[in-house]
Each structure stands twice: as C-alpha cells, then as structure tokens.
Design a protein around this ligand. Sequence first.
Ligand code: FAD
Length: 420
Amino acid sequence: MALRPDRRAVLAGLASLAAMPSLAAGKPARVVVVGGGYGGATAARFIHRLAPEIKVTLVEPATTFTACPLSNLVIAGARDLAAQQFGYQTLIREGIEIVHDRAVDVDASARTVALAGGATLPYDRLVLSPGIDVDWGVLEGYDRGAAEIMPHAWKAGEQTLLLRRQLAAMKDGGLVVISVPRAPFRCPPGPYERASLIAHYLSLRKPRSKVLILDANERFSKQALFQAEWAARYGDLMEWRGPSDGGRVVRVDPGAMTLETDFEEIRADVANVIPPQKAGEIAARAGVADATGWCPIDAVTFQSVLQPHIHVIGDATIAAPMPKSAFAANLQAKVCAIQLVRLLRGMDPEPSVLVNTCYSYVSPDAAISISGVYGNEGGVLKDVPGAGGVSPAAPDPLGREREAAQASDWFRAINRETFG
Ligand code: FAD
C-alpha cells in the first residue's frame, strides 16, 4: 500500500528520532500544550509518544471537545451533536497530564503559563494551539449579544444547535442569509458546505425558501465545483453574491434582523453571520500574534518568529497556502512534535513536506474535495507545483457518494488519532 506523503514525512521523522539518544538524564523537560483541539491534543500525544521522558501537560478548559468538521450536517438536521464530541480519557490513560483550566497569560521570558484558576505552569517549551476567536467589534453591530440572535456557529456546540433550531422554526418561504468575512478564516470551504447542506434541508422541508450567501471574497475554495453542484441540486433556492455584486456585509442589526452591504439592507429570517476572526486570545497575550491578529511561524519547527521557546500550530498560525483546517492542525502538530523533540535533544530541525485535504458535503450523501501539497522554502510553506487538486468536475455516477464515504472515514481516523 502506498503511504500518503504526510505519513511518509512523519514516519521518516519518527525513524530519525528513534536513532538518537534520549534527553539527558536528570530533570525531565517540561512541555506545556495550550488547547486540546485538533492541534493541541495531537501534539501532546505525539510528544509523549516520541519522548516519554518529557513531562507533557495539556491545558484545556472543556472536558468534552466538540468538533467543527461535519458540524454543518448537524445544522442541517442530518447528524447529532453527540457524534461530534470527544473526551480526553485516552490521553490521561497514556500518561499526559490534563489541566482543565484556561490559560490567561504567558510570561515568555520566565517561561511560565498563568491559568485562570491561579496556578502557574513552568515550561521548557510551550505549544499554543488555541484555534480562533471572533474578532468582536470588527463587523459593526456584531457582538456577543448579536451572536445569540444571528449565530456564527463557527465554534461547534451551543451555537451549532441554535442555528439548527432557528432553521427548524423558520417558515417555508423564509430567507436564510449566510455572511462570509474576508479571508483568512477557519475552514475556507466551510461556509459553502454549510450553504449546500442548509439548501438541501430547505429543499426537502421548506422548498419555497432561499439561501443567500453574502461574501466579502471574490473567489472561494472549490468555487466551480460548488457552483455547478448548487445549480444542479438546488437551482433558484441558492444565490451567491461576491463583493462586486454587493456581497460584502458592512453592518448588522440583530434587532431588525438586517444585514447591510455596500449597496443595500437585507432582512433575513435566519442570519448566520460568520464573523472576522483572529488567533485565540492567548496568542496575543503570549506576544506571538502580529498586527494581523495571526501568528507568524517558522514552518520547519512551527516555532514563533516573535518569541523564543514557543511553538504555534493550527488555525492560529500564518501558514498559507496551507489552510486553517483540522487536517492541517493535526499534521502540523505531528511535525511540530518531531521538531520540538529534536530541539530538546540538541538535534537540528529537518524540513518536512506537508499536505492537506478538505472534504465538503454538497448534500448529506455527496461530497467534493480539495488537496494541497506544501514544500518548505527557508521556513515558509509553498505550494508544490502540479501537486494536489480538486475532485473531477464530471465524476463517474457514484463519485460524489464515494467522496462522502471518504469524508466520514477521514473524520473517524482524525478523531482516533487526536483523541484515541
Ligand atoms: P481547535 O480544534 O478549535 O482547538 C482549540 C482548543 O483550544 C479548543 O478546545 C479551546 O477550548 C482551546 N483553547 C482556546 N483558548 C485556550 C486557552 N486560553 N487556554 C486553554 N485552552 C484554550 N477542518 C477540516 O480539516 N475538515 C473539515 O471538514 C472541516 N470542517 C469544518 C466545518 C466548520 C463549520 C468549521 C467552523 C470548521 C471546520 N474545519 C474543518 C476546521 C477545523 O475545525 C479547525 O481548523 C480545527 O479545529 C483547528 O484546530 P486547532 O487546534 O487550531 O483549534
């Protein structure tokens, strides 16, 4: 069986580590990982697996993680939220210390993390994988109160269920508006997958309704495939407007249920406002986020270029052309684990080739995908020309169904690798 390139790169890294001596005897090195999602939980497991002598502490406030991938199926009533939830029992059994608390500050010179509960954790190396936070206040009118009326559902959980309830309660003939912020944001194809699945739900239950996507971006991920699928499956039920057609939302009014674009004011029955985002707040506290709100990294080691001894992985990073995806966070975590252990063992880091695949459902039983391969040029990720691509425009009759099955297998595999 041919190994996927990400497996090959990671296995090569593991082999080179196995050949090296373990860390010096004496005081064990301490690694603190902040964030128990796809990046952080994977990093904690792989660091522990590569170098059991390192004391790994994972800081995560939640005792149950709720996954975003496939959560658009929950919104469309095709999946239960419980199928999205994972605990940390396997990590605890494996010997990783888990502290259910929130990191509130990092002192990069003292190398300590302060927790909301009052404890302070010292570290030799810190891995931050806090995901995203909403950049409140950037979109006029959208604050925490507004998100209870116009849910973003861009962090899975209560927000996902709120949007699902609103769709279920909406009258037939209603208008669902999805507003998409300017890139970069978590999961580039996510808004369009969501629009597809909501359209599917409405086509069955409320066929006189409409989905309108108001987009601040002129182009989007898998655009030609999505638009062909929408035309074939949902027809007039779906409309997409880019910024040159008045798609950029500049202000929302949750009281009036209106979204204002450059050209007009639109009243929605259900408004899913995907807001501007930034790296999880702790990144700014640690001094690893720049003026963009995201974290520049050396893509060989995933070390911050702004603070020593701190690695950043996952959505919080500036890793384009690699997207902000669970696939990417999980692979970056493995690469980061290998390089972090090499550094602690006094070895030079080694560049890796990274990959990403994002599946998107266009209906509950059909999906399309995009893959990318990324080389390392002096610590910066670059597309490998000619590698990767998207699903065929005209697949064989069961092609989309096969990709939906692959998406569900991928979800099972990534969760097994992240949470056990
Ligand atoms: P997360 O997985 O969000 O983990 C961050 C963790 O950090 C959280 O558990 C949080 O509680 C914790 N945390 C934050 N701040 C602190 C702090 N101060 N102290 C302690 N802990 C903290 N990706 C795919 O690959 N495929 C898909 O099909 C896909 N579909 C998606 C669909 C939707 C609707 C959305 C919104 C996203 C989707 N994604 C998908 C993207 C994916 O969910 C993210 O890219 C991924 O979760 C990023 O991993 P992360 O570790 O960076 O962040």
